[in-house]
Design a binder for this molecule. Structure first.
Ligand SMILES: Cc1ncc(C[n+]2csc(CCOP(=O)(O)OP(=O)(O)O)c2C)c(N)n1
Length: 351
């Protein structure tokens, strides 16, 4: 007897704004000119933040830092579709999301300088702290979203993570949990095609990351992650789904144009040709081209933004560097209720 097909599935790919800045009018989401300019400005601000942070690290004024170069549309387009009350669990590369939410820049920089107090302000912007352990925060997001649902809050929860994180058990547990318990959660995988030196082809045999949603009975979509309109639209739709208790997995297909972190050298494992191809797909340039055709961009506007964001950064850096250093003995505080003799001795030494 021939075998019967009992399940079929398709994975959609959403792209609205092409590399020449031309938008598909049939797919274009509803956005005012003001919204479009704001998105552009936030992407620029993220880029300027990133450039400054890298320089600070090179000068020994920040610790190890993870660049967001090339991923601005994936971050700004998606976060722009959320309400202030929605809660976000980021990984470690989401500068754009923190900036959009209004996280104080000096505080965010302080964190990257190694001062955990910099993360205290995240509560005010309805975000969780930067999470360095790969993938653990997806479960926190599922738990938070479930609690939020039980408390009958109307907020949606969003978690950002990389392609490498999809190989962690945490990803699969969080996906299953979210689907089974009908949690208002959106999973945003920034598939930047590398987990340090491991290319996505070695990470998974799935043709897309998006299709992993199917196994958990949820909707998954692959989106052009360098297209801010596509990211906005797919997230907006995911918010509506989440509110009905249906989580979504969005695969934002993008590229990490910088080293993994300032402790890495990507030249050792990828070639210039590939990098150049992705330079051409720059998300900011793409939106700029669109804005030029709509007469929303001028040279003076661009210069004004550069000036404004550079000044804002310089001001924040000054503020960050004037923060009093944390007490050395704090390393040993708050971990154990009582310190054993060994740790007590170490604490005295630190003092
Ligand atoms: C649990 C855990 N394992 C390993 C590491 C070391 N590590 C840091 S980032 C990273 C790769 C993450 O890749 P991906 O999830 O694709 O995110 P991306 O860095 O590309 O944004 C690894 C293996 C870690 N921080 N945590």
């Amino acid at each position: 007897m021939p075998k019967k097909i009992i399940q079929n599935f398709n994975i959609e790919f959403l792209s609205i704004l092409d590399e020449n800045g031309k938008a598909d009018s049939k797919l274009m989401p509803k956005l005012s000119n003001n919204d479009i300019k704001l998105m552009y400005e936030l992407m620029k601000k993220t880029r300027i933040f990133d450039e400054k942070a890298l320089k600070l690290q090179r000068e020994g004024r920040l610790g190890t830092y993870a660049s967001s170069l090339g991923q601005e549309a994936a971050q700004i387009g998606s976060a722009y579709a959320l309400d202030k009350e929605d809660f976000i669990f980021p990984s470690f590369r989401e500068q754009g999301v923190y900036l959009l939410r209004g996280m104080p820049i000096d505080q965010y920089l302080a964190y990257w300088r190694g001062d955990e107090r910099g993360m205290y302000s995240t509560k005010k912007v309805n975000m969780f702290t930067v999470t360095i352990p790969v993938g653990t925060h997806m479960l926190h997001a599922a738990g938070f979203g479930w609690a939020s649902k039980i408390k009958k809050e109307s907020r949606v929860v969003v978690t950002y993570f990389g392609d490498g994180a999809t190989s962690e058990g945490d990803f699969h547990e969080a996906m299953n949990f979210a689907s089974v318990f009908e949690i208002p959660l959106i999973f945003i995988c920034q598939n930047n095609q590398y987990a340090i030196s491991v290319p996505v082809s070695k990470q998974t045999k799935s043709a897309t990351i998006a299709q992993k949603a199917i196994a958990y009975g949820m909707y998954g979509i692959k989106v052009d992650g360098n297209d801010v309109f596509a990211m906005y639209k797919s997230t907006k739709e995911a918010v509506e789904r989440a509110k009905k208790g249906k989580p979504t997995l969005i695969e934002a297909f993008t590229y990490r144009r910088n080293d993994h972190t300032t402790s890495d050298d990507a030249k050792k494992y990828r070639n210039d040709k590939e990098l150049k191809q992705w330079d051409k797909k720059d998300p900011i340039e793409r939106l700029k081209k669109y804005m030029i055709t709509k007469k929303l961009w001028t040279k003076e506007y661009e210069e004004e933004l550069d000036r404004k964001f550079n000044d804002e950064m310089d001001e924040a850096i000054k503020k960050m560097e004037s923060i009093e250093d944390p007490k050395k003995e704090d390393i040993l505080n708050y971990v154990y209720a009582e310190l054993d003799e060994n740790l007590k001795e170490q604490k005295e030494e630190l003092k």
